[in-house]
Unconditional design. Structure first.
Length: 210
């Protein structure tokens, strides 16, 4: 009688263990599958210290991006930190704008080799699509020198902008305002609103006012 009881308890114990194991494996499988399907599962793929990225178009240098460290992730975005310098170049290969900051995030995109563009230190078939610079930024836009923060750089449409307060000193004068836009292609710098300060007019405009 006692032997049968032990045998029954043994069978019940084994059955409970098998049931628990199956339930645990099923739940683990569901969690793992949910993680695989989740857009939030973003993992770093590589990092580069003391990086420098250059982008060319038809053999001409279009921009460079350098800094202390850059990390690339599985969804093609990047994060960069430390002494970051972004430069654009005109058709004569002269610097048309320079931006300096300490932190940036952005997105990469694949390059069509027919475009004649290459990117170094990022990969033979990719380039930076856009970048967000959330911290304080010092800039030089065609000799308009100043400071702001929260800059958005659109590398494809060749536009740089911000909605934050800005201070600028250059050919247009010593100015303050809210927000700006800078066309890389046209080398045109504009403060969006609340412009205040000493405005400098070009000599041609001064002569027209006389």
């Amino acid at each position: 009688m006692l032997g049968r009881l032990y045998a029954f308890l043994f069978i019940v114990t084994i059955a409970l263990l098998l049931w628990y194991q199956k339930r645990y494996l099923d739940e683990s499988s569901e969690i793992f599958q949910a993680q695989l399907n989740s857009e939030n599962l973003i993992l770093p793929t590589s990092s580069v210290n003391k990086f420098q990225t250059r982008s060319y178009e038809n053999g001409y240098l279009k921009y460079s991006f350098s800094g202390d460290k850059i990390i690339y992730f599985t969804d093609n975005h990047f994060e960069a930190i430390g002494n970051l310098v972004y430069k654009t170049f005109d058709n004569q290969q002269k610097e048309s704008s320079v931006i300096k900051t300490t932190r940036a995030t952005g997105q990469m995109e694949l390059i069509d080799e027919k475009e004649g563009q290459t990117a170094l230190s990022v990969g033979a078939n990719s380039r930076i699509k856009y970048a967000i610079l959330p911290d304080e930024v010092s800039f030089n836009f065609n000799e308009n020198i100043g400071k702001t923060k929260n800059i958005y750089i659109d590398m494809i449409n060749q536009n740089i902008q911000s909605d934050s307060k800005i201070e600028s000193n250059g050919p247009q004068g010593k100015l303050k305002g809210k927000g700006f836009s800078y066309s890389i292609k046209d080398e045109e710098f504009k403060i969006k609103s609340d412009v205040d300060g000493k405005i400098s007019l070009p000599e041609d405009n001064k002569n027209k006012l006389k």
